[in-house]
Design a protein. Structure first.
Length: 145
């Protein structure tokens, strides 16, 4: 009798965890609706804090570059205003003028990686990062003066 109950319980768990696409689409729609609601509520939020959670000095928290940085692995080595493994974004902004030449140069550095400009620790290359996204990230970084 116990074996039958265990088997029926396992079948119920398996059925509940199965790939039911109609439930997933409802769930995804709910998540999308929640994200839209959260974004609209956040648009009225204090603009002195960016999406990374640190003070900003000239860029909007909703900028595409800030969003791309927050979703990337960059925060493992960089912070906005203090050196971690790599330089602070604000220090990069102080070193490089915000112009097309530097945006192209730095975006390509993000993609190809590098070593020596900020010390002996190499920056990991990001070869799968689209150039357009790298440029948006660099534009945001260079706006942090």
């Amino acid at each position: 009798m116990k074996k039958t109950a265990i088997i029926l319980s396992l079948c119920a768990v398996i059925a509940a965890c199965s790939n039911n696409k109609s439930n997933q689409s409802v769930s995804n729609d709910s998540v999308t609706a929640a994200n839209v609601t959260a974004k609209s509520q956040n648009s009225d939020a204090d603009t002195n804090v960016n999406s990374i959670g640190t003070e900003r000095t000239g860029a909007t928290s909703s900028s595409k570059g800030a969003q791309l940085l927050a979703a990337s692995d960059c925060l493992g080595c960089h912070k906005e205003h203090e050196k971690l493994i790599g330089p602070a974004y604000a220090d990069v902004a102080k070193k490089y003028e915000n112009n097309d030449k530097n945006i192209d140069y730095l975006a390509n550095k993000v993609i190809s990686g590098g070593k020596g400009v900020w010390g002996d620790i190499a920056m990991t290359p990001h070869p799968n990062l689209p150039l357009a996204d790298a440029k948006e990230m660099v534009k945001y970084i260079l706006s942090l003066k």
